[in-house]
Write a protein that binds this ligand. Structure first.
Ligand SMILES: Cc1cc2nc3c(=O)[nH]c(=O)nc-3n(C[C@H](O)[C@H](O)[C@H](O)COP(=O)(O)O)c2cc1C
Length: 174
């Protein structure tokens, strides 16, 4: 892919919250997970796990538990990137949040490249959401859900864009 195409894909990634009934294939899910695990991580510790949720009852429970994740009900797939801090550095295990965020963004960008729509729904650091994700999906005590990613074929269109703001840019020093 040319550099321009790659950057265009990045601008094309938007939060898509309406999906058609069309299924997401196992091959597409595999590409999304490969993209996730291509992400950088501190010390290359890769402190991640990914729960792929397609079961409609589980998606319903997720949608009902989270005030801003109703679209998980309609999306055929929900990927839940989870961090296991003990797999990261002993004294700097909070790096797991950056590692898992990089993996999450890779999933969103890969979904866009495949023509799929997706949206990141935050879980960590809202403790109640972390607990509910643990209960619904049986996530172990030492593993933390970062977010829910709803994924499906888009039933809405959004314009590609940057939100470039010159005022947020400093050159050399603040
Ligand atoms: C950490 C994080 C948490 C988010 N949580 C939600 C959420 O719970 N529900 C939702 O619909 N969108 C959520 N979003 C998506 C943002 O609302 C969205 O990225 C933002 O409005 C910009 O729009 P865009 O993604 O189309 O560029 C979240 C995004 C991030 C990065």
């Amino acid at each position: 892919m040319s550099p321009q195409l790659t950057v265009d894909n990045l601008f094309a990634r938007r939060s898509i919250r309406q999906y058609t009934d069309e299924a997401v294939s196992d091959e597409e899910i595999r590409v999304l997970l490969e993209a996730a695990m291509a992400a950088p991580s501190a010390g290359n510790r890769k402190p991640w796990h990914f729960v792929v949720v397609t079961d409609a009852q589980l998606r319903e429970q997720i949608a009902a538990s989270h005030p801003h994740a109703g679209m998980v009900r309609q999306a055929p797939v929900c990927i839940v990137p989870c961090g296991q801090p003990s797999l990261s550095f002993e004294d700097r295990s909070d790096f797991w949040i950056q590692d898992l965020s990089a993996a999450t963004e890779n999933i969103l960008l890969a979904a866009t490249a495949l023509g799929l729509g997706s949206v990141w729904c935050g879980v960590h650091p809202v403790q109640e959401r972390v607990r509910e994700a643990r209960e619904i999906l049986g996530i172990p005590e030492d593993v933390i859900a970062l977010c829910y990613i709803a994924i499906g074929h888009p039933a809405e269109e959004k314009e590609p864009r940057t939100q470039y703001d010159e005022e947020r840019v400093r050159r050399d020093r603040w």
